[in-house]
Design a protein around this ligand. Structure first.
Ligand SMILES: *[C@@H]1O[C@H](CO)[C@@H](O)[C@H](O)[C@H]1NC(C)=O
Length: 690
């Protein structure tokens, strides 16, 4: 308007000079005020925009694709912008899980497929690396720009993708053997995430990058899955460091927040045959707990905290020397045995550390049928170093001994005969495996091992639990004694010469003689020692103590003063086993409590009975009558051999199971529980990933 006015004025005439001056001044004033107004407006605007603190820290260079979630939101009451963005909440769960920590939101699984990459807004590690490099050369940013949880996500995706691709390849190499491939859905352990919206307002001072959240137990599980082993784990000073498989994971305390972990890639990682078996029990193993074959699958998923009275051997705790000593006490070993584990001076190994033996005898089979993965996190503080022994040769020696009646010193019973055939089949499977394209983990061998383990489990579950415990106890007592007692005292009477290949050979009497044996003879000497010395001791002692205990507990008021509960029935049946043979226990052992729901299958004992010689059957019948007679304290000598033969069958089954379990599963040589973490099992303490 003023413009047109002045134009009119200017155009009207040239006579009014004062008018001209005025308009110039007006003009100048107008321009200046406009500039000032503009400046102020810009300043105000800049102030609003600048109030969106942290917006620049949520760029693509920091958060990868997650940067698309960032937005500014105007807060009218505070006259400023708030920055909101999404970061993942990362957790570990079975693949059929539907509920995450954030209610009512779907969860995205990390499974290595293209869809999963889109959903989790991640890239495979190689692509991620390439993109990061190109961004860095464009913007010249520092190396540590990217949030480490973005790196973590992409490496987890790579873990799933690479291992699935490896397994496909593995199936091809095992070609004539065609199992149904294991799918991601069959895994009971997977990493998943839910996006969570956060505000920059709540970022603690000093934190410059958006962080992801998880909990300490999930972090331990993820580290175990990725092959990262703890080198420092100091909870009181909040210093954490773990290394392995080309990664470095460090944790420090951040004031006002908690423990912040950072993942760095330091080298090449590999997720092939070394991938940890994706089963739920990994959660327990990485805290030093082991579910055993006696743990029913219908049990609540997580181990409930060590109820002191649990005596059902449902789980073992092997995370430190002290925990192993406790576990030995739990299977009722004497104090000597427990003390061997508490003492640093005592020896704990023969061919390999003894806790692995317990693990192999009782640990649940975690291999997924038809899968090629065998690796597990090591739950013990001992290194699993396969250099010093040969499990395959041990199986061969086991087979030689179990078919050697001299070694067994027993009338063969059905289970031992069965073990004999099974061992022969195993030896065949092992030599087939050596000829295959993937020696060591060819699928037919893994499937055979799995099958044998299942058979052993079936047998052991049907046995009287107390007798099994007694056999275990006597076994470990004897083994630890033989390891730690000096062999100087030659007992003389038990030395026999074996006509072996190279002339006179004395049978090893103590485990320390094994170290002197050369590697080819070591496993033979070991098995001889086991069968001639340990088995003989175990079968008599186990039965002796089993019967004594039965007789004393039989009169303990607690056992009979109340209605027989499930537990009582269990122990009751065992008590009868002492005087009578097992058939008398049959009606009670089929109660749902002591064994899995009895299917149409015949109970174990009659089958055993069927194959026994007529002479023995007579004995069985006699003992049945005894059992229905006066009572358990009539310690009839007749059935002791039968009990001993049962104990021997249990021992032979346990030893074969140990060999198979340790062949089927594997541990990384660098993986040890240096720091006890049992109190972190299932811990929901939040931790952060920078
Ligand atoms: C692995 O990733 C590639 C590339 O994204 C994809 O083509 C392939 O299907 C993935 N493999 C599996 C087993 O998910």
């Amino acid at each position: 308007m003023s413009n047109s006015n002045s134009a009119q004025n200017g155009g009207g005439c040239g006579c009014g000079g004062g008018d001209d001056d005025d308009s110039v001044v007006n003009w100048a004033a107008l321009v200046i005020s406009l500039v000032a107004l503009l400046g102020t407006a810009a300043q105000v605007l800049q102030q609003y925009i600048a109030s969106a603190a942290g917006y620049a820290n949520c760029g693509e260079n920091v958060m990868g694709k997650w940067h698309e979630s960032k937005k500014r939101k105007f807060r009218p009451t505070e006259l400023r912008f708030e920055v909101r963005f999404q970061t993942p909440v990362i957790f570990v769960c079975p693949t059929n899980n539907l509920r995450g920590p954030i209610m009512g939101q779907p969860i995205c699984f990390v499974d290595g497929t293209k869809e999963s990459l889109v959903k989790t807004r991640a890239m495979l590690a190689n692509d991620e690396e390439r993109q990061r490099r190109s961004q860095e050369s464009r913007v010249h940013t520092a190396d540590n720009e990217r949030a480490s949880w973005v790196v973590l996500l992409s490496h987890l995706q790579t873990m799933e993708n690479e291992s699935a691709e490896w397994q496909k390849e593995h199936y091809k190499l095992n070609w004539p053997y065609r199992p149904s491939p294991v799918t991601f859905q069959q895994h009971t352990l997977a990493v998943a995430l839910q996006p969570k919206e956060r505000s920059w307002d709540t970022m603690p001072a000093g934190v410059k990058k958006p962080y992801a959240t998880t909990t300490i137990c999930h972090l331990l599980e993820i580290a175990a899955m990725m092959g990262i082993y703890w080198k420092e784990f100091d909870r009181s000073r909040d210093r954490y460091r773990a290394e392995g498989n080309g990664y470095l994971l460090t944790g420090v305390n951040v004031p006002d927040l908690g423990v912040m972990f950072t993942l760095q890639v330091t080298g090449k990682s590999k997720f092939r045959e070394n991938r940890v078996i994706p089963v739920d029990e990994v959660k327990e193993l990485c805290c030093g707990f082991v579910s055993t074959l006696f743990r029913e699958s219908k049990d609540p998923r997580r181990i409930e905290f060590p109820n002191e009275d649990t005596n059902d051997m449902g789980f073992l705790q092997l995370g430190s020397m002290d925990e192993i000593a406790e576990t030995m006490v739990q299977i009722q070993c004497n104090t000597d045995t427990a003390n061997y584990f508490r003492s640093r001076e005592a020896k704990h190994r023969h061919l390999f550390p003894v806790p692995f033996e317990l693990l192999g005898m009782l640990g649940k089979t975690l291999h997924i049928r038809d899968s090629g993965f065998r690796m597990l996190p090591n739950p013990t503080p001992y290194r699993w170093d396969k250099k010093f022994f040969n499990l395959r040769r041990l199986v061969k020696e086991y087979r030689n001994r179990i078919s050697d009646t001299d070694a067994l010193d027993l009338p063969p019973n059905a289970q031992i005969q069965k073990l004999e055939t099974v061992a022969k089949e195993l030896v065949d499977a092992l030599s087939e495996d050596m000829k295959s394209k993937t020696p060591g983990n060819s699928l037919p061998l893994l499937s055979k091992l799995h099958e044998v383990l299942d058979q052993c489990d079936d047998f052991l579950k049907k046995c009287d639990r107390d007798l099994v415990r007694m056999v275990l106890r006597e076994h470990f007592q004897e083994v630890m004694r033989l390891i730690n007692e000096k062999s100087t005292a030659e007992s003389g009477h038990d030395i026999r010469s074996v006509n072996g290949g190279g002339g006179d050979k004395r049978r090893a009497e103590h485990f320390d003689e094994l170290t002197a044996a050369n590697p080819e003879q070591r496993q033979e000497a070991f098995m001889e020692l086991y069968f001639f010395k340990v088995l003989r001791h175990v079968k008599t002692e186990a039965v002796k103590w089993y019967c004594r205990r039965r007789q004393t507990t039989q009169y303990a008021p607690s056992m009979h003063s109340r209605e027989p509960s499930v537990k009582d029935i269990d122990s009751d049946s065992g008590a009868k086993g002492c005087t009578a043979s097992a058939p008398s226990a049959r009606p009670t052992t089929t109660t749902p409590a002591s064994s899995p729901p009895p299917g149409p299958t015949t109970p174990p004992v009659p089958r055993l009975q069927k194959q026994e010689s007529g002479q023995q059957r007579d004995k069985l019948q006699v003992t049945i009558q005894v059992s229905s007679g006066p009572g358990p304290n009539s310690d009839d000598g007749n059935n002791i051999p039968l009990m001993e033969s049962k104990a021997a069958a249990i021992w032979c089954t346990l030893v074969l199971r140990m060999l198979c379990w340790l062949l089927l599963h594997d541990f990384d040589k660098k993986d040890v529980q240096e720091f006890p973490k049992s109190e972190l099992l299932g811990s929901r303490l939040p931790v952060y990933i920078a």
